[in-house]
Design a protein around this ligand. Structure first.
Ligand SMILES: [Zn+2]
Length: 230
């Protein structure tokens, strides 16, 4: 595990996807790829030293990102209606790592893991399967994810979380009706998609996923981290 030790009392675990050319992107034709190109303004060329200027083409849903109800509802709200404080908290981690690839996560799977727990409303709930860690970049990634079935999504939504972070695909592979997105968004919940390394944090860590400041948008990339201050 790569801990940042710039300050000895801080442990930082990176929970984010890496942006790079050729990174996984959803297989729909319209789905943009991450790319960048360097520009060399005429006024700046022919210098002996280097100045690098890169234009980035970043789709808000390419890597680890958060999304608000404006993603799925005509009357939804955008990131501008959120507070930065909402994106940091000690998380509630629901361990689903025994769920296999390509299997639905059912209401019972969630209920039995939280039966002895008191989960406060407006929590940050992380659903941990390990799928992104084991399958990201693999041929089968888009087809073999576990997924929340409709009833399981309702169970999670009924906990009234402010953020649900997941490390598998939000919808059943190839499902186009966005059932889980709509169920969670209806409960006022922000979704954080494509998380990694959830096995390297626990609930003593602060989970933090601050979106790039683009208030007009439905989604923004985040650098998600687990932060432990000893
Ligand atoms: Zn998204």
């Amino acid at each position: 595990m790569e801990f940042c030790n710039v300050q000895n009392n801080i442990k930082l675990v990176d929970l984010s996807a890496t942006f790079c050319v050729g990174m996984p992107k959803y297989k729909a034709k319209w789905y943009p790829e991450f790319s960048y190109k360097e520009i060399a303004p005429q006024a700046l060329v022919n210098n002996e030293w280097k100045r690098r200027f890169t234009v980035v083409s970043m789709f808000a849903h390419n890597g680890t990102h958060v999304e608000t109800s404006d993603h799925v509802f005509k009357d939804g709200y955008t990131l501008g209606k959120t507070n930065l404080e909402e994106f940091i908290a000690h998380p509630v981690i629901i361990d689903l790592t025994d769920i296999s690839n390509g299997v639905s996560i059912e209401a019972e799977d969630i209920l039995k893991r939280i039966e002895n727990r008191k989960i406060e409303e407006r929590s940050i709930i992380l659903l941990k399967t390990g799928y992104d860690d084991r399958a990201w970049g693999k041929d089968y990634f888009w087809d073999k994810s576990p997924w929340l079935d409709a009833e399981a999504a309702k169970v999670v939504a009924n906990l009234k979380p402010r953020i649900v972070g997941i490390d598998f695909q939000t919808e059943k592979p190839n499902e186009k009706n966005f059932i889980v997105h709509k169920t969670l968004a209806s409960a006022g919940c922000i979704i954080c998609e494509y998380l990694f390394n959830l096995d390297k944090i626990n609930e003593e860590f602060l989970f933090m996923a601050l979106p790039i400041k683009m208030p007009e948008l439905e989604s923004a990339p985040v650098r998600a981290v687990g932060l432990l201050i000893k």
